[in-house]
Design a protein around this ligand. Structure first.
Ligand SMILES: CC(C)(COP(=O)(O)OP(=O)(O)OC[C@H]1O[C@@H](n2cnc3c(N)ncnc32)[C@H](O)[C@@H]1OP(=O)(O)O)[C@@H](O)C(=O)NCCC(=O)NCCS
Length: 192
């Protein structure tokens, strides 16, 4: 499928571009990012970022993972990356934010935007979108709650891993179910 650009109150959703390489390398080598996204290569190199960008274009073409670079609507400064994953049994969202851009509410706004968009396109399997994060990832859990995801419980990670620091093999799984939750989309209009 063709790339679809999106827009919200504070954000531009664009393709992930070659010009983002240094921002991606910096964000993916950040200690916090690396702690919570355990499957990232370390150290994360320029070649990893180039591969990530190339894959993003291919995944859009295949319609398997729809990934956007988030940019500040006024300055176009790089904020982070958000993605909708349609390539598994359950649709889900993944996200990370550049360290210096965290704590501004941008990620909450970005996830609301793509949840609403996905539901409106009627592409969401069973009208349900999932979000998973490690139990100690307080910012990520706060984002999930602010968006309106409900905590379903702990789930064993589908990718077999043992967290290198905690030994944990499970994450907290959240979901948002469109037929129940869609009314709250109207309360998001200040953003979208
Ligand atoms: C998770 C992540 C994307 C959140 O980005 P962010 O810019 O902090 O997100 P927002 O500003 O939209 O919202 C953050 C929420 O967490 C809260 N928060 C942030 N840091 C916190 C802390 N240390 N303790 C308690 N709450 C915290 C904020 O108050 C806000 O909650 P609110 O909406 O109820 O006020 C970012 O921390 C990140 O990139 N982390 C590393 C990668 C990662 O963990 N990705 C997600 C994997 S599941």
């Amino acid at each position: 499928m063709k790339f679809v650009a999106l827009l919200s109150k504070n954000l531009l959703f664009t393709e992930v571009l070659q010009q983002d390489v240094s921002n991606i390398v910096e964000a993916c080598n950040d200690e916090v990012t690396r702690y919570y996204l355990v499957t990232l290569p370390y150290p994360y190199t320029k070649d990893d970022a180039i591969e990530f960008i190339d894959n993003s274009a291919k995944q859009w073409e295949a319609g398997s993972v729809l990934r956007w670079a988030l940019r500040c609507r006024t300055t176009e400064e790089f904020i982070g990356v958000v993605e909708l994953r349609y390539d598994c049994k359950f649709d889900s969202i993944g996200v990370w934010c550049a360290p210096k851009m965290r704590g501004n509410g941008y990620i909450t706004e970005a996830i609301k935007t793509i949840v609403k968009w996905s539901v409106e396109q009627k592409w969401t399997k069973n009208n349900e979108i999932y979000y998973a994060c490690m139990p100690q990832n307080i910012p990520s859990a706060s984002v999930a709650r602010s968006v309106g995801f409900k905590l379903l419980g702990a789930k064993q990670s589908h990718e077999p891993y043992i967290h290198r620091d905690t030994g944990m093999t499970y994450q907290y799984l959240y979901s948002i179910y469109a037929p129940d939750d869609i009314e709250q989309f109207s309360s998001w209009s200040e953003y979208l």
